[in-house]
Design a protein around this ligand. Structure first.
Ligand code: PLP
Length: 389
């Protein structure tokens, strides 16, 4: 990964005469023009580096867009209001009535809902397949335009053969788009493996402190430019203040993610041998069905793992209720460790048969590991497992 300091040094803040180390916040909706000649130059050039109205762009946002592009090795990037906007805006910008999209399973449920339920209402057909190349290839139709997958997936941490996928897409003239939220640029750079677009919920590792919601899209300049236009049209923008906060927290992202990689793997390995645990899911464990691909593509496994407790719904609840350091809450990538029982938190309204088909059991808990001491976390999990039985 490009170092965050290097990427932040390279951003085009040089126009600021004060040469600040961190970007200035521009709390304005309007940017002025000296005269009509300057305005004509602006409308002709269509550059994202000159600003007119803050729904289309803002220097603080642009500074963070340069950082995201640099970290992902992308030609360009655009920020938006949330990770959901980062997932939906490219689809709404690049596809139209009559097109077909392929998405993979074990995905963030709201993204799946958008794809399964909302897109068909716009005349966009969709197919959801397992995250593997053969399944994707079999689903391609003449009208297929885009293949969208997550890497790794969640909560089972499947890891697709990324280069196989991107070369298949290139051969068949399809756009490849990777939601790399769970990896972060610290652990994976999909563009460097041939992806056209990478999207992030920057709410997670980038923000890093559970204090804001943000999203970003990086990739090919021509595609990002269309996404930027659609964000400007639909209005899902990220305010300058939030861009500044993201910029500041990104300075420590590498340190945080590397620490979380190490602590999470240590906890996953520890619980894999625990008498009260039926199964542990973590990208880098040898027991992961995609362990080979995980080792090939990921520099680390991230801050999430999932346990299936060797009991039922009641033991799972007792375990969650007994933890003292881990708190019950969604999301991940923060300093605080969190627990998310998917059967309640995200899949409560999904029919039991469909939940089972998705691999979600009543005894599963997704664990998001924070920045606490590994021994403190281990002891907390241990005592909660003891109390659960
Ligand atoms: N993509 C993934 C993989 C996620 O986990 C999430 C949120 O948890 C999102 C997208 C949506 O992000 P946000 O909550 O920032 O809208």
């Amino acid at each position: 990964m490009t170092s965050i300091t290097k990427s932040q040094n390279q951003i085009r803040l040089t126009a600021d005469p004060h040469k600040p180390l961190s970007p200035a916040i521009y709390p304005t909706s309007v940017f002025l023009f000296e005269n009509t000649a300057e305005l004509i130059d602006f409308v002709e050039a269509k550059s994202p580096d000159r600003f007119e109205y803050a729904r289309y762009g803002n220097p603080t946002r642009r500074a963070m867009e340069y950082v995201l592009a640099e970290l992902e090795g992308a030609e360009d990037a655009v920020l938006c209001a949330s990770g959901m906007a980062a997932c939906t805006m490219p689809v709404l910008a690049l596809l139209q009535n009559g097109d077909h999209l392929i998405f993979t399973s074990d995905s963030y449920l709201k993204t799946r809902t958008f794809i399964e339920k909302t897109l068909p209402a716009f005349g966009i057909a969709t197919t959801i397949v397992e995250p593997d190349i053969q399944a994707v290839e079999a689903a391609i139709r003449p009208e297929t335009k885009l293949v969208f997958t997550e890497m790794p997936t969640n909560p089972l941490y499947r890891v697709i053969d990324l280069e196989g996928l991107t070369s298949l897409c290139r051969k068949r003239g399809l756009i490849s788009m990777i939601d790399s939220t769970l990896a972060s640029p610290v652990n994976l750079n999909p563009i460097r493996h041939g992806a056209d677009l990478v999207v992030h919920s920057m709410t997670k590792y980038f923000a890093g402190q559970n204090d804001l919601i943000a999203g970003g899209v990086a990739g090919r300049k021509d595609l990002v430019s269309q996404v930027r236009d659609r964000i400007g049209e639909l209005g899902a923008i990220l305010p300058a203040q939030e861009c500044y906060r993201l910029y500041m927290s990104t300075k420590t992202m590498q340190l945080r993610v590397e620490r979380q990689n190490a602590t999470t793997l240590a906890l996953a390995e520890y619980l894999e041998g625990h008498a009260r645990i039926r199964k542990v899911y973590h990208p880098m464990l040898a027991s992961n069905v995609d362990a080979e691909q995980a080792r090939r593509y990921l520099r680390g496994g991230g801050c999430l793992f999932t346990i299936d407790i060797d009991g039922g719904f009641d033991q799972m609840r007792a375990f969650c209720d007994a933890t003292k350091v881990f708190r019950i809450g969604p999301s991940f990538g923060s300093p605080e460790s969190l627990l998310d029982p998917p059967v309640i938190m995200s899949h409560w309204n999904v029919a039991p048969e469909q939940r089972a088909a998705m691999g979600i059991t009543d005894s599963m808990v997704r664990i998001s590991v924070g920045l606490e001491d590994v021994n403190e976390l281990k002891a907390d999990l241990d005592q909660a497992l003891q109390k659960a039985f």
